[in-house]
Design a protein around this ligand. Sequence first.
Ligand SMILES: [Zn+2]
Ligand SMILES: [Zn+2]
Length: 293
Amino acid sequence: MARRDNPESEAWLGLLEAALGESEDGAVWEAAVPTPAAARPIKAPVLSHAQMTVDGRAARSWVRRLLKLTPQVNPRRIDGLELLEAAVCHDDARIDALAAAGGGGAEPHTLRVLGQMAVLPLLQACARGLASHLPPTWWEGYCPLCGAWPVVAEYTGLERKRRLRCGRCGTGWAIPLLRCVFCDETAHDQLGYLTPEAGEQTRKIEVCHTCKGYVKGVTTVRTLAPWAVLLDDLTTVPLDVAALERGYRRPERPGYALEARIAERRGGWGKLVEVGGGWWRSFRHGNSRQGAA
Ligand SMILES: [Zn+2]
Ligand SMILES: [Zn+2]
């Protein structure tokens, strides 16, 4: 069991359990599923430039509960909605800035992981609510719904068609066998596999010599449930280690910069307050700088 093998993945599994619990209690997040932006470029994911309006109190309370599970982070100093927005957009620079501003020794890497865990209930609700908006065919390597890189390529049933799965929203999309997810390389001699020496016949790691990217592959009888995709990713860390040791990696850059916004629905006021947007943020930063002087 991966729990015993790897202390870091054990900590992640605890966070994932919390996110699953929050997701089951889903009304808050279902209410935040946006209407997709009307005029999207053809290669833009469904959530590109979307505005999600959340119940501010419930969303902040969820982020606070999640952050409390990690002793290194002081939840009082992190704005939950800013973290959600930065994580939805995969904006690591902004998350690092939040970690620095939050003080208390919050490691940027830790806050990045926490941010991705924090947005799971929202993104999974979006995947359920917006499935009918997915394009019938999708040739990009990133998720057609949320823009993330896939965490696994799934080969299901007798057909064994290659289907990529998103580790955030769980969306799956078919893509040709011989094509790099990250750089679209199609030359056969540039694409390969790493396979375990013995035992597990259902696992492999697909690698690209051109961009040095990798994605884990798994053969399944039935397509994995959205949460099972994440669980599979977290419990196969030894495969990631094997890929990293051979010089392959997952790209740092996001698959697609979503530029989505998270706004707050204020109880009773019937008014939206944009969080993390331009003027509001500079106003607040300006104030805190004055306060510090
Ligand atoms: Zn996705
Ligand atoms: Zn590549």
